[in-house]
Design a protein around this ligand. Structure first.
Ligand code: CO
Length: 460
């Protein structure tokens, strides 16, 4: 029996532990070694890497991808894409989504993992279609959560829809690390029985369940597991690659991984981890185990946000009320999975409801947009009194949100003008206008300095 592992150190581990602050030069030298490890794939791009390159690292994300591709010619490169939201937080028009996906594949991506926060399949359809059209592998990711409407049947229905779209694998994306061993066993068994596709498990160690969950997933027939090299594993990151490899091998599973190479990879990243620990980027708090998420049914990151919000209002003594209010708001909104941007939306509204002493006295712009249907279809029924209160007589939209968006590429191209040298530059600008414009301006200045230096090297 074969179990494959996807290494996440370059993307999710980097994002979960050190806020995606690892620059390309830090890991450049190890890429040819990683190329020989035998991973199913290396998740190296998408998620927050794109934003972080432009905003904090002064890197061109596209160039980073091309360099990784060059140094890892034999490994499948994988990215995470938020469906119609691409790598941002709003819906983009279809022409932009199509060009972004095509450019990702053209610059080196082999596998695109695509999800929607609400599991509204209309929001991933265009990205999946375009991935397949460009010859890459589309992996449909189910945003995992628990609620009265998130039944096995509901998840199987999502899996079937993904299969109809033509995805090659189905990923169960447990972004909060709340999926228990039993839930994993039941869900993977149900998907295996009803949807004939390989299953990928993505979880986090946040609550301490991950290794147990992985083992029950293996018993249920999971095909691929996401893991991170051991020094970048645990806490809010993935379970450790070498540890899983060791345990799985004893059971006779073939992982295809070379233990000596895995050790070399981990030895390389260890001092890098040390640097981030020393400079404060890696906060030891994220390395701990926090089982609170299992009691409150809210992800760890959201809990710390709630605390921060209340602290800012000098109202930390209202935390218990906010924790009781959070699931009620979630219920009113039809049980959205608590993943970005829904976790922020639900958390802020719950705190507002508590602090103002009256529920929905003030309704945030985001919650109004959500109730108006601008994020897609809610998983369950939304509270109709709340809809009336938020929208008055206006009826919510029922179409796919992006159906209301006009094409955006040409407009973006015009707006950024000469600063953009390639289609990729334009796409960076459309995805993150301010950050990309600042980056492209800085790049232009850098290039001009280079030119003047080569023309007049002896002037000074
Ligand atoms: Co994740």
């Amino acid at each position: 029996m074969k179990i494959n592992l996807t290494e996440t150190v370059l993307r999710d581990a980097n994002q979960s532990l050190i806020a995606t602050r690892m620059p390309f030069e830090k890991y450049e030298k190890i890429l040819p070694v990683m190329d020989k490890a035998g991973y199913y794939s290396v998740e190296c791009w998408g998620g927050a890497t794109f934003d972080s390159c432009l905003r904090y690292l002064g890197e061109d994300p596209w160039e980073r991808l091309r360099k990784i591709r060059k140094l890892m010619p034999n490994t499948k490169l994988q990215m995470l894409l938020r469906g119609q939201n691409l790598l941002g937080y709003k819906h983009y028009p279809d022409d932009v989504v199509r060009r972004f996906v095509a450019a990702s594949v053209r610059n080196g991506i082999d596998i695109i993992r695509i999800f929607d926060a609400l599991n509204d399949m209309r929001n991933i359809r265009v990205a999946v279609e375009e991935t397949i059209k460009n010859g890459a592998m589309a992996s449909g990711a189910i945003s995992y959560t628990t609620s009265p409407v998130h039944t096995l049947d509901a998840f199987v229905k999502v899996g079937k829809e993904m299969k109809e779209m033509g995805v090659s694998t189905i990923c169960i994306k447990d972004m909060a690390g709340v999926m228990s061993p039993k839930e994993a066993y039941d869900l993977i068994s149900a998907l295996k029985d009803n949807v004939d596709l390989p299953i990928v498990l993505h979880t986090h160690c946040t609550t301490g369940l991950a290794f147990m969950t992985c083992m029950k997933a293996v018993e249920a027939g999971v095909d691929v597991i996401d893991s991170a090299t051991s020094c970048f594993s645990g806490g809010t990151s993935q379970p450790a690659t070498e540890t899983l490899n060791y345990a799985l091998s004893q059971f006779g599973y073939q992982t295809g991984l070379d233990s000596a190479v895995l050790k070399e990879v981990n030895d390389f990243f260890k001092p890098i981890r040390g640097e981030f620990l020393d400079n404060g980027t890696l906060n030891p708090v994220v390395m701990g185990t926090d089982a609170n998420a299992l009691n409150y049914k809210i992800p760890g990151g959201m809990l710390s946000n709630l605390i921060a919000q209340l602290k800012a209002q000098n109202a930390l003594d209202r935390l218990d009320e906010a924790l009781l209010e959070t699931p009620r708001v979630r219920e009113d909104l039809g049980y959205p999975p608590l993943v970005t941007p829904m976790s922020q939306m639900v958390g802020v509204q719950a705190v507002t409801n508590v602090l103002l002493g009256e529920r929905y006295k003030s309704i945030s712009k985001e919650v109004k947009a959500y109730l108006h249907g601008e994020y897609g279809k809610a998983p369950g029924a939304v509270n109709q009194d709340l809809v009336k209160k938020a929208l008055g007589d206006e009826a919510p939209i029922t179409c796919r949100p992006a159906d209301l968006l006009a094409d955006g590429y040409e407009e973006g191209k015009k707006a950024i003008g000469d600063l953009a040298k390639t289609e990729e530059d334009v796409l960076s600008y459309i995805a993150f206008p301010q950050q990309a414009e600042a980056f492209l301006t800085e790049r232009k200045a850098r290039d001009e300095r280079k030119v003047s230096y080569t023309i007049t090297p002896i002037e000074d």
